[in-house]
Design a protein. Structure first.
Length: 465
């Protein structure tokens, strides 16, 4: 019997979901209300695309599994994307500077590029190799009943059309209306959790100054243990000789869109390194500001969901963008869909619920990592930390301090942060013992710079202490 699937949303999550379905479904239609650009350019309704994005190794591997006929990694690198070991970044955490450890394993490689380049590359790979049709249309409602979704009502050029489908995947992002559509079908409210630190994100692109071409990803984290607002910053090298710098602040410490204040905000972080790097760099545009940064998770896997509907990507959960998880979670969700499709027919009883339940595992892991920090900042909206949260926070703080001096501990934490290992790995007896013993080296007094990096910073002036 012929099968049709409809995917709502043509961004990374939707395109990868379409790729997952195309190998087992006769027809896959992607509905995208925006006109898709011809090159690596922004789409209208993706304001978060202006901010720093990093593809984690777990997301990279999931994309490769979903698109085996195309080397997406090579396409990205050929277009100017950068790869960098997570253990070689310049990172200043609440417990001090992390050491930079040499590594040759792909398991810790971050892929750094603009969101526009990644989405364009993925879109090209999907449309080059998969039997997928993209339609310029907006989904306006679901068809079916509380027991089974049977399709989508789509609006295109002022006319509505009912598209019947054996499976509907909502990958329409943080603006998804799926909860409203489900209520219309008679499906009760979806369990939801939210932690909102009031974070504001400000980003600006700079031309990489001469002499700084090899600077790695640089991150200055907020300290949740401080009583004041959390301020942080990321500098990410992207294609075309540019830096994408994103600054963030929670309630009471927010950055603004004023370009005159951008560098001063960076200099005022817990360490001024990012501000020093961009102090003489040429800006290539205005400051982009976003307030869409709350952590919000919808537990569709716990609800009485109808058959025939799967929700993936940001339509399920959104995270504080500081942690760089969103695109990788979208890829992991599509990977789950792909593996389920290979085991069962998309119209079989329990198929959609099985996908939703499996995809929730990586969502939950990312959400826990994000909210475990955000819940400590002043005036946060959401559940208060429990006694267990406080004990775990103390343990993780001590482990992070040890990680600044120990490669095995640092690598173990990196594996969890990049969603390649379950958080339970952090209580392995060896790590537990290392954490209890404490740091094995003295803390660094400043950033661990190479000679070339030090020479560049010397040329722009001393780093204030």
């Amino acid at each position: 019997m012929s099968r049709r699937a409809v995917v709502i949303g043509g961004s990374v999550a939707g395109l990868l979901a379409a790729a997952a379905l195309s190998r087992s479904v006769d027809e896959v239609i992607v509905l995208e209300r925006d006109e898709l650009p011809e090159g690596p350019q922004p789409r209208r309704r993706t304001p978060q695309a202006r901010h720093a994005h990093i593809l984690l190794p777990s997301g990279r591997d999931a994309i490769q599994e979903l698109l085996p006929r195309v080397d997406v990694r090579e396409r990205l690198l050929a277009s100017g994307a950068h790869e960098q070991p997570l253990t070689d970044m310049l990172g200043f955490g609440p417990q001090g500077w992390f050491r930079r450890w040499p590594t040759v394993t792909d398991e810790l490689l971050l892929t750094c590029c603009s969101r526009d380049l990644l989405e364009w590359t993925v879109r090209g790979a999907v449309l080059d190799t998969a039997q997928v049709t993209v339609r310029r249309a907006e989904a306006v409602s679901l068809l079916g009943t509380a027991q089974r979704v049977t399709g989508v009502r789509a609006l295109s050029d002022g006319a509505e059309e009912d598209l019947r489908a054996d499976l509907v995947v909502d990958a329409s992002g943080r603006g998804s209306r799926v909860e409203h559509w489900l209520e219309t079908l008679g499906v009760p409210g979806i369990p939801t959790d939210e932690v909102d630190s009031g974070l504001v994100y400000a980003s600006r692109v700079f031309s990489v100054p001469k002499g700084a071409e090899h600077f790695p990803v640089t991150q200055v984290e907020a300290d949740p243990a401080d009583s004041g607002p959390g301020r942080s910053g990321n500098l990410v090298p992207i294609e075309d000789g540019r830096w994408l710098v994103s600054l963030a602040g929670t309630r009471g410490g927010e950055p603004t869109a004023d370009p005159e204040e951008f560098t001063d905000f960076a200099l005022g972080l817990r360490h001024p390194l990012i501000g020093q790097l961009i102090s003489d760099a040429e800006p290539l545009g205005d400051v982009s500001l976003s307030r869409s940064t709350r952590n919000r998770r919808r537990d569709f896997h716990k609800a009485a969901m109808p058959e025939g509907l799967v929700v993936l990507g940001d339509a399920v959960a959104t995270y504080n963008p500081v942690y760089g998880q969103g695109m990788s979670i979208a890829a992991l969700g599509a990977q789950t869909l792909s593996r389920q499709v290979q085991r069962a027919d998309v119209a079989s009883p329990g198929f959609a619920r099985g996908v939703q339940r499996e995809a929730a595992k990586s969502v939950s892991a990312a959400y826990t990592l994000s909210t475990s920090q955000d819940q400590w900042f002043p005036e946060v909206v959401g559940k208060a930390p429990t006694l267990v949260d406080r004990l775990l926070s103390r343990y993780m703080g001590r482990m992070a301090r040890v990680a600044t001096t120990s490669y095995p501990v640092s690598a173990a934490m990196c594996a969890v942060l990049t969603l390649q290992a379950d958080a339970s790995a952090l209580v392995h007896p060896k790590l537990l013992l290392a954490t209890l013993k404490g740091p094995v080296l003295e803390p660094l007094s400043g950033p661990p710079l190479t000679d070339e990096e030090s020479a560049f910073l010397d040329s722009v002036g001393p780093i204030p202490v």
